[in-house]
Ligand binder design. Structure first.
Ligand code: NAP
Ligand code: ZN
Ligand code: ZN
Length: 352
């Protein structure tokens, strides 16, 4: 067992603070990674504040962080995929049973035994797993991704969650040339969705509550931007979308967006607000529209997404912060005041 510096929340109401955690000695299949950058996902905040207590209660202390990029420092004797010195990425999962139909289909995120990067039972050390707000992590090589070397590391970290969570449903629903695609909420996930939809060749319309994000949305790849509080502007798009991705972190009216879908159009929710949202039958019945959800993506698809980003030079737009500013960053995340992802420079933790 080894010690690692980390930032943890001791309860739902206490600020994150420095602590020391245990990391296991690498087994023969494990990779030891020195963490260089870790993105701040809104899920980190939901979980730290126990906003998902009914489905995923927080077990304190919580060390969040599942947008991890680092460098391999050591590998177990059986590791083939990576060697010391390689860049490595870790997303939201660190293990699964690898035998169930979901795992066999490459959809480990739906495995009943999937182990989340933080707040899941830790079969090696007991207690729960600890995430990427830390100087190091030890992960089975099957759940470690290769990071293209041409990408900025601070901007690549958010690909491990925000990237795959938006790429996967777009691939599933065949976003591409000739499709009209909406993206609701321009935060960490939403801004990646715009980049992917644009790179895949779709006509992209952004829906935002923030007038200050209009110019950025166009720069990120949107063809049109609609202020979602403007009902006349919304109405102009009625019945016209093939696909809408909703990446909003708080309660909002999803029926308004369902009405914008064309016949057989789909709206997928990736946002996970604390409280349930009302769905009217009529927006679905008329036009045989569908509403669905999506959870991150499997390991093979995550690698595909990273390679796609390498080929198209896609990274997140990040504001790099030292870990000492994490609590301030959480407050700004609640106010939708981030353009468009915080990425923690983990050198700041080492220096502490
Ligand atoms: N399904 C999955 O696998 C998965 C993976 C990762 C995250 N998530 C979830 O996805 C959600 C988004 O995560 P994120 O990290 O992208 O969050 P984020 O950076 O905070 O972005 C959320 C965006 O939602 C919009 N928004 C916020 N409050 C709103 C409100 N009251 N009404 C309407 N719009 C509002 C804002 O966009 P505008 O300013 O443009 O309006 C904001 O920037 C979170 O709930 C997170 O837990 C799900
Ligand atoms: Zn996330
Ligand atoms: Zn499985």
């Amino acid at each position: 067992m080894q010690k690692a510096k980390a930032y943890a929340a001791a309860s739902a109401t206490t600020p994150l603070a420095e602590t020391t955690i245990a990391r296991r000695e690498p087994t023969e299949h494990d990779v030891h990674i020195e963490i260089l950058y870790c993105g701040i996902c809104h899920s980190d905040l939901h979980l730290v504040r126990n906003e998902w207590s009914s489905v995923m209660p927080a077990v304190y202390p919580v060390v969040p962080g599942h947008e991890i990029v680092g460098r391999v420092t050591r590998t177990g004797s059986a590791v083939k995929k990576l060697k010391p010195g390689d860049l490595a990425g870790v997303g939201c999962m660190v293990d699964s049973d690898r035998t169930c139909p979901e795992c066999q289909a490459g959809l480990e995120q739906f495995c009943a035994s999937m182990v989340l990067t933080y707040n899941s039972p830790d079969k090696h050390l007991g207690g729960v797993t600890y995430g990427g707000y830390s100087e190091a992590i030890v992960v089975d090589e099957s759940f470690v991704l290769r990071v293209p070397s041409n990408l900025s590391l601070a901007g690549a970290a958010p690909l491990l969650c925000a990237g795959i969570t938006t790429y996967s449903p777009m691939r599933h629903w065949a976003v591409g040339t000739g499709k009209k695609v909406g993206v609701v909420g321009i935060g960490g996930l939403g801004h990646m969705a715009v980049k992917f939809a644009d790179a895949l060749g779709a006509h992209v319309v952004v829906f935002t509550t923030s007038p200050s994000k209009v110019d950025d949305a166009l720069r990120l790849g949107a063809d049109e931007v609609v202020i979602s509080r403007d009902s006349a502007a919304m109405g102009k798009h009625a019945g016209s979308f093939d696909f809408i991705l909703d990446a909003v972190s708080a309660e909002h009216d999803i029926n308004t967006y369902l009405m914008l879908l064309r016949r057989d159009g789909n709206m997928t929710l990736v946002g996970a607000p604390e409280k349930p949202m009302a769905v009217g039958s009529f927006p679905l019945i008329f036009g045989r529209r569908s509403l669905s959800g999506s959870l991150i993506g499997g390991i093979a698809e995550t690698q595909e997404m990273l390679d796609f980003c390498g080929a198209h030079s896609i990274t997140a737009d990040v504001e790099v912060i030292p870990i000492q500013k994490v609590n301030e960053a959480y407050e700004r995340l609640v106010r939708s005041d981030v353009k468009y992802r915080f990425s923690i420079d983990m050198a700041s933790l080492k220096a502490e």
